[in-house]
Design a protein around this ligand. Structure first.
Ligand SMILES: [Zn+2]
Length: 486
């Protein structure tokens, strides 16, 4: 079917939101944004299109409302991508960006898009690492050539404890995926650009050449991609009436990842060393929370199936750190970030006490400021006295009518999202580079060459945010430089 140039972004989360933002501002469209979920507060540190006022609204609809403008149609689809919706979602699409998380979903999106003859840009991130794979129309190579079926792997899947991701990393991956999608749309069957692997902790970016697997179950000769898709989990039986939790147990049957791990951890870390606590978990929590607690240095002494859940007995580890007395609202706001072992609640507080000044203009500075604010820096200063483009200023500049400079518009837009942000005029000596300047306990200046506006510039801005976080948290890794072809 001949498409109208439409790009489908599956998943409007940590990767899909910055990806859609970069696609829209690069004029790549029309866009179709597909996501069944609603905005949660724990999404806000990295899903940059959303603010506190959007919590509870469908992500696809909020993102479409932010990005649609004259000349660019953005169609929201509040539904999951699955075997029943795939044909309609893929029908008139030229390129698919897979920005979902979860191995089984990635297998499904990938196999059905390849079967439909659509090129796919596969984007993923976890912890400090991200990857972008460029798959031509029909595959060869495809995701399954490289990794087989992700859901069939023996790595145990994504657990709560592994689930956190640095916001700058997913921001960069989303923007880079937008760049690949824009090129792929112009040449659907061109050879693959390969697999871009980014590791912010190790300070590495590599582009790996990828070969097709002749026996690939998705794109090999005679393969049936639909048969490679793992069947979905059977419908669960009607739930039995719920038994009340025993009075000595912390009942987390209604909490989902990552809040169930965070709440279990807080309760355990308030105990004296070697004291024990019973925690009652639902099905999802039972498969992830015990491993997460062990990874944090606690001991799981027993696990007993009980009623509609599992009761685990946890002993507080001797080496484990004590819990801060953070409010539930605060925990939810930063939930995804503070499951990162590298960050934690103490680290998030250090970010909250830090001020970051963004010096420079264009998409690099814009992306850096938006990501720094979302990630939880206490204050963001905008040193950008350049004028706002008259025609079609990018989001969020257009949300501040009446501002005269880009710095002022950005400060107003971030303020409206509950941030501490201010425009500062000429606070820094002029520089041809774009910089993030940190002051206070950690003083640092991180600079990149300005890049022409577009997805690459957005990725550089997100990487500036990541490097600033690493500086404040005194984590290894630094500012990554992207290969020039991107
Ligand atoms: Zn393949």
């Amino acid at each position: 079917m001949s498409g109208g140039g439409r790009v489908l972004v599956v998943g409007v989360g940590g990767i899909g939101a910055p990806c859609a933002w970069a696609l829209a501002d690069a004029g790549v469209g029309p866009l179709r944004l597909c996501d069944p979920d609603r905005v949660e507060t724990s999404n806000l540190p990295r899903q940059v299109l959303f603010g506190p006022d959007d919590v509870g609204r469908p992500k696809a609809e909020v993102a479409a409302a932010r990005l649609a403008r004259e000349g660019l149609a953005v169609e929201p689809v509040v539904a999951a991508f699955d075997a029943s919706t795939a044909d309609a979602l893929l029908g008139d699409v030229e390129v698919v960006v897979d920005a979902t998380d979860g191995a089984a979903t990635k297998d499904l999106v990938h196999a059905l898009a390849v079967a439909a003859g659509r090129p796919v840009v596969h984007a993923a991130g976890i912890g400090s690492e991200g990857r972008v794979l460029d798959v031509p129309a029909g595959g060869r190579p495809c995701l399954a050539c490289l990794f087989g079926r992700l859901a069939a792997g023996d790595e145990g899947g994504d657990t709560c404890a592994r689930f956190g991701v640095f916001p700058g990393v997913v921001g960069a991956v989303g923007a880079l995926a937008a760049g690949v999608a824009a090129r792929r749309r112009r040449a659907p069957r061109a050879p693959s650009e390969g697999l871009l692997v980014l590791d912010a902790g190790a300070g590495r970016v590599r582009t790996l050449h990828v070969e097709a697997d002749p026996a690939c179950p998705v794109c090999g000769a005679g393969a049936d991609p639909r048969a490679a898709v793992r069947p979905g989990r059977a419908e669960r039986a009607v739930a039995a009436p719920r038994a009340p939790a025993p009075p000595d147990a912390l009942d987390l049957r209604d909490e989902a990842c990552p809040m169930n791990l965070l709440r279990a951890r807080r309760a355990v870390e308030r105990l004296a060393a070697r004291d024990t606590l019973s925690v009652w978990l639902g099905e999802e929590g039972a498969s992830t929370v015990p491993d997460g607690l062990v990874a944090l240095g606690h001991d799981v002494l027993e696990q007993v199936a009980e009623g509609d859940g599992v009761r685990v007995v946890v002993r507080r580890g001797v080496r484990a750190a004590g819990a801060d007395d953070a409010s539930d609202a605060w925990l939810r706001r930063y939930a995804r970030q503070i499951v990162l072992a590298e960050l934690g609640e103490g680290g998030q507080r250090r970010l909250g006490a830090a001020t970051a000044r963004v010096v420079g203009t264009g998409d690099v500075a814009l992306a850096a400021a938006v990501h720094l604010n979302a990630a939880g820096f206490g204050a963001v200063e905008l040193d950008d006295g350049s004028p706002i483009p008259v025609a079609g200023p990018p989001w969020p500049l257009r949300e501040a009518p009446g501002a005269t400079t880009r710095g002022e518009a950005l400060a107003r837009a971030l303020l409206a999202r509950g941030a501490v942000a201010r425009a500062v005029a000429d606070a820094s000596p002029p520089t041809p580079r774009v910089a993030v300047v940190l002051e206070g306990p950690v003083a640092a200046r991180l600079e990149v060459e300005p890049s022409p506006d577009g997805p690459r510039a957005r990725a550089l801005g997100a990487l500036l945010c990541d490097a600033a976080m690493r500086a404040v948290l005194r984590l290894p890794g630094g500012l990554l430089s992207l290969p020039t072809s991107r």
